[in-house]
Design a protein around this ligand. Structure first.
Ligand code: AHR
Length: 340
């Protein structure tokens, strides 16, 4: 009996210690001034409410990202997702975040259109005690504690990967004429991929970017920009295109103008995202090199929410592992394995 009571005492005591450790972790601030916050109080229907401010539906990548979030935060999984499509406008994202604050959601997830301008609205969310998780593109805030963490791609590395491939492919070529179609100016995806190319231009004296314009990550604008480029230049060696949809638009413009492109001659196209459509174009030799950008953030965000619920602080910055595909080596199996 005495032995039994002792064991019972030990179990109760160690559970109390564990609980108080978790509570301490939740209240403690880290170097960035973050806390795991209060555990969200369950809503009457028992679900966790997630407010998600999405950039828009500008690309296949974005649509895959939305599906990943919707599938993960489905009612069947115990969530209620309030998703707002900002149609690529930051002001719409401000309105969405303010609506989430008013509705007292448990967590806010923000996929920001651009990096700057978030301080005021994120402070409102922080003051309301709602943890903010940033996905995909980054935000720059004066106060690092305005959001809990970020998960997404290393866009600068993606640009570097593309440039390393270009350096190998065009080794020994004295002059390389490059046309550059950019994504939304001021978004991390544009900034990183542009910086990657610029670093390549800076160290390869013969490389010249003769034209640089934004297609805002859409197919329609990718085509329009390429039409303008073709009306001015007939000597483009490389089209560095910051996503697959703009590359599809640019290819359409080249088809209509009878300009040859692809890994078998003509304009060499480099693209980003490696969506299923992008990889089909790579296998067909139309896109010569395609750098992956992974949109499946739903399960990653769910893991973060679980950590926060347990009073633990997730990693402040988490980069997703990504690969790249060369038209000369890509396989059908790689495309079939792709869910987006
Ligand atoms: O931020 C990720 C980028 O946004 C993707 O490359 C692009 O397709 C999307 O619209």
């Amino acid at each position: 009996m005495k032995k039994y009571l002792m064991t019972l005492f030990c179990i109760v005591f160690s559970s109390l210690v564990l609980v108080s450790c978790n509570e301490n972790d939740g209240g403690k601030k880290d170097a960035a001034g973050r806390t795991a916050g209060e555990a969200a109080s369950p809503k009457p229907d028992g679900r966790i409410v997630v407010g998600f401010s999405q950039v828009g539906a500008e690309s296949d990548w974005r649509r895959a990202n939305t599906i990943s979030m919707r599938d993960t935060f489905a009612e069947a999984n115990g969530y209620r997702l309030l998703m707002r499509d900002a149609q690529q406008k930051q002001t719409n994202q401000f309105a969405a975040i303010r609506e989430f604050v008013q509705k007292k959601v448990d967590y806010i997830v923000l996929a920001p259109v651009t990096e700057t301008g978030w301080d005021d609205v994120l402070k409102e969310a922080k003051d309301a005690g709602i943890p903010v998780i940033i996905i995909d593109r980054m935000v720059k805030t004066a106060d690092p504690s305005l959001y809990v963490c970020w998960v997404g791609s290393d866009f600068r590395k993606e640009g570097g990967t593309a440039v390393t491939w270009m350096e190998k492919k065009f080794k020994g070529k004295e002059k390389l004429i490059i046309a550059h179609i950019q994504g939304n100016i001021g978004s991390s995806a544009q900034i990183g991929r542009t910086e990657g190319l610029q670093a390549g231009v800076d160290r390869n004296l013969g490389w010249k970017v003769v034209v640089r314009d934004t297609g805002n990550f859409t197919q329609v604008q990718g085509k329009e920009v390429m039409e303008r480029i073709l009306s001015e230049y007939n000597n483009i060696d490389v089209l560095y295109c910051e996503n697959d949809n703009m590359a599809f638009g640019a290819m359409k413009a080249m088809d209509e103008a009878n300009v040859p492109y692809g890994s078998r001659g003509g304009v060499t196209i480099i693209s980003f995202d490696a969506t299923r459509g992008g990889l089909e174009a790579t296998l067909a030799g139309k896109i010569s090199y395609n750098v992956e950008c992974n949109p499946l953030h739903g399960p990653r965000v769910e893991k973060i929410i679980q950590q926060l619920k347990e009073g633990r602080l997730p990693n402040r910055i988490a980069y997703v592992d990504e690969m790249a595909f060369d038209a000369t080596t890509i396989t059908r199996e790689e495309i079939d394995a792709r869910s987006y």
